[in-house]
Design a binder for this molecule. Structure first.
Ligand code: HDD
Length: 715
């Protein structure tokens, strides 16, 4: 047998399928030493019924390798999914930076992106209420640049010193390791209620941003203020943004919890399937640029990671596009072993003194040493720079590079002085020479003490339904907190953000809003601190609202990649099914048929194939529902409790529902018997064209959230 499978791998689906099997294709099974294996079923024994022999090197090698297959999961962001892609610049930013990938519009820079949740373990659900990591590795010609961001533009804490405390508080509690992937427990709320600086970010995590519909439908942020540095050495402050072309959308909280049971891999699967089917996820890279001279002109500190720079103050300029176009071939080799680091920068990008960023610059290499086990983690294929690597670092666990020559030191003459240092003009990295004139202190600037103004700005900027979701999220989480004094402290903080928010949450908890912030509100201050300096305060921000902060104002112009459930049974109307299906597919949606059983289902004419039955499908896994008419189909569906639940639940989660022909009759069996038509409940007897048009419009609006207050349906 010869190795036939040596052709270069391309990007087509066939190539990918081949890639998944190519390890073994047309190859003999061997040991790790390349010895062909004759029997992979039986261990070597002293007689057919005798004991196994230590001599069995094949068994021992196989079991030993298996025993060591797991590596420590990430202490945070353990649960994730990744994809390959490219970044393409629109316009050169050479006025601000010398980084090649931000100046050369002819370049296409390869990237690897990993999305994640923060608190849960590697096997936890995708739909936890949590921040999402959004980490991008740019393989640039000048070296690797990592933008290790989140889908929320601010952070819980202002100083890296508090990071282990924050994470210990949010992770499952240490005595019983409960709850998994959830902030709704005592220790998290105990901690954040004592740390008013977390108030802003906690509000974001209680918003719908923390339960995205898809990784493809969320924003990303570099969070910290970074610097761009140009050829002349001039520095400009920069905030990085990722803006999804599909807009920002979320699921409902009840839905999120149900998805966690029905398909804990919901986001991972969504990303994978979109890329496999050629619907490549896209984001635009945005930058907010701030002149060094303007550093102190804002009512907040640019170095404070608990603050945004409102887009109304400094517009986001879109400068390029990220497209994810290839799934990993192997989850472990790529997604699990990828090692990000905010300290991976290239000439033209530099740091600020944000104390959270400064601590991160230490943490990430350190964590790779325990996670990947070796200082050679940069040699793992997914982490390799495409810019050549030459230095005098040597040896260590699992070293791959075979360095030649006798010199591994500098200066040297035996190696001709190589490798030599690069002049700045030759691309040598040189840190921005920021002038520092200060005392060495453990302290923080008073300009960091306004913890509430931007939280208020965020709350004020939300639509009515988004505010209601925030109220319900706090109420849910605090109802799971066992200690009334912790709940009371949170209510105190909420009243500093918005009185009506605090009152609404208090009423769910059966509590009163405390008159004022509990004293001492902040246990988290230094022992000898001047307390007045740490007193949280509120500084009036310029704008009362920032429309960019509300997901209600996002792009809603397409149904591309949305998943539509077609519910039917034997005898469904073929014409209604095909007409509506065609219209939806032409608009880019994905239609999947659900019937009492899978396989071919006879229609009024011909058949259709049901991909799911009610055993495996659930409304929470779809964006919208269509039911074609057909008397016998409707009669069967009416007798199917899971079909009734499907539609009730879709309605409760505010999804578009369309019924054609005599499918209208189906509603009488559901809780929607007397429901009025709304923009997302479309009942059309005759005109399929109009039905499809209205249905597409409704799906593109994502949800009819107003239903939540107008009509509540059990599901
Ligand atoms: Fe972090 C992972 C994002 C603060 C320490 N972080 C990690 C990942 C993301 C972020 C997206 C996952 C990367 C991947 O997919 O492999 N982290 C952030 C953001 C922060 C932040 C946006 C604040 C603005 N992180 C932060 C601090 C520290 C860390 C303050 C420590 C002082 N983060 C880590 C870590 C991780 C990590 C322990 C775990 C796994 C890893 O690094 O590679 O080092």
């Amino acid at each position: 047998m010869t190795k036939k499978n040596s052709q270069k791998k391309g990007n087509s689906k066939e190539d990918k399928l081949l890639a998944h099997t190519e390890d073994g294709k047309d190859q003999f099974l061997t040991t790790n030493q390349g010895v062909r294996v004759n029997d992979n079923q039986n261990s070597l024994k002293a007689g057919e019924r005798g004991p196994s022999l230590l001599e069995d090197f094949i068994l021992r090698e196989k079991i030993t390798h298996f025993d060591h297959e797991r590596i420590p999961e990430r202490i945070v962001h353990a649960r994730g999914a990744g994809a390959h892609g490219v970044f393409k610049l629109y316009d050169s930013l050479s006025k601000y930076t010398k980084a090649g990938f931000l100046t050369d519009t002819a370049r296409e820079t390869s990237v690897f992106v990993r999305f994640s949740t923060v608190a849960g373990s590697r096997g936890s659900t995708d739909l936890a209420r949590d921040v999402r990591g959004f980490a991008v590795k740019f393989y640039t010609d000048e070296g690797v640049f990592d933008l290790v961001g989140n889908n929320i533009p601010v952070f819980f804490i202002q100083d890296a010193m508090k990071f282990p405390d924050l994470i210990h508080a949010v992770k499952p509690e240490p005595h019983n390791e409960i709850p998994q992937a959830a902030s709704a427990h005592d220790t998290f709320w105990d901690f954040v209620s004592l740390m008013p600086e977390s108030a802003h970010m906690v509000l974001w995590t209680m918003s719908d941003r923390a339960i995205p519909r898809s990784f493809r439908m969320m924003e990303g942020f570099g969070v910290h203020t970074f610097r761009l540095v140009n050829e002349e050495g001039k520095s400009t402050f920069v905030k990085f943004h990722w803006k999804p072309l599909l807009g920002m959308h979320s699921v409902a909280w009840d839905e999120a919890q149900k998805i966690s049971g029905r398909d804990p891999d919901f986001h991972r699967r969504d990303l994978w399937e979109a890329i496999e089917s050629g619907d490549f996820p896209e984001w635009e890279l945005g930058v907010q640029l701030i002149d060094e001279a303007d550093e102190h002109k804002f009512p907040f500190d640019l170095l404070d990671p608990t603050k945004i720079v409102p887009e109304e103050l400094v517009p986001v300029q879109k400068v390029g596009k990220l497209t994810l176009n290839r799934n990993p071939d192997n989850f472990f080799a790529e997604t699990e072993q990828v090692a990000f680091h905010p300290g991976h920068v290239v000439p033209g990008i530099d740091f600020t003194n944000d104390p959270l960023l400064q601590g991160r610059l230490f943490s990430y290499t350190d964590t790779q040493l325990s996670r990947l086990g070796s200082p050679n983690f940069h040699e793992i294929p997914i982490n390799r720079s495409i810019a050549p690597v030459h230095n005098n670092q040597r040896d260590g666990h699992m070293r791959q590079t075979i360095n030649k020559g006798v010199t591994s030191y500098q200066p040297n003459s035996l190696g001709g002085g190589c490798p030599y240092q690069a002049m700045i003009a030759d691309g040598g990295f040189s840190s921005y020479p920021e002038r520092i004139d200060a005392n060495k202190v453990r302290d923080r600037s008073e300009s960091f003490s306004d913890h509430f103004s931007q939280a208020t700005l965020f709350y004020n900027s939300q639509s009515a339904y988004e505010q209601q979701h925030i109220i319900e999220a706090y109420s849910f989480e605090l109802s799971k907190v066992n200690y009334p004094h912790i709940r009371k402290r949170v209510l105190g903080l909420l009243s500093a953000i918005d009185k009506s928010l605090a009152t609404a949450v208090a009423s769910y908890l059966g509590m009163e809003v405390p008159e004022e912030l509990e004293k001492p509100i902040n246990e988290g201050i230094p022992a000898d601190a001047d307390k007045s300096k740490y007193e949280p305060r509120q500084v009036k921000q310029k704008s009362a609202t920032s429309p960019a902060l509300s997901m209600a104002n996002t792009i809603k112009d397409s149904i591309a990649t949305r998943k539509i459930a077609f519910l039917l049974a034997n005898g469904a109307d073929a014409d209604e099914l095909t007409t509506v299906k065609k219209a939806l597919e032409e608009a880019g949606a994905v239609v999947e048929v659900i019937a009492p059983r899978i396989g071919d289902i006879p229609l009024s004419e011909g058949t259709t194939t049901a991909k799911h039955s009610f055993l495996t499908a659930s409304s929470v896994l779809f964006d919208a529902v269509f039911i074609p008419g057909g008397k016998s189909s409707i009669e069967s569906l009416k007798a199917e409790p899971d079909a009734l639940l499907f539609v009730n639940e879709a309605y409760r989660h505010c999804k578009a529902i369309a019924l054609s022909g005599d499918a209208k009759d189906f509603l009488s069996a559901t809780s929607l018997a007397n429901a009025k038509e709304d923009p997302g409940l479309i009942v059309q007897q005759n005109d399929l064209g109009t039905l499809a048009k209205h249905f597409i419009k409704a799906i593109s609006q994502h949800r009819v959230w107003e239903r939540e207050t107008k009509r509540k349906v059990p599901a």
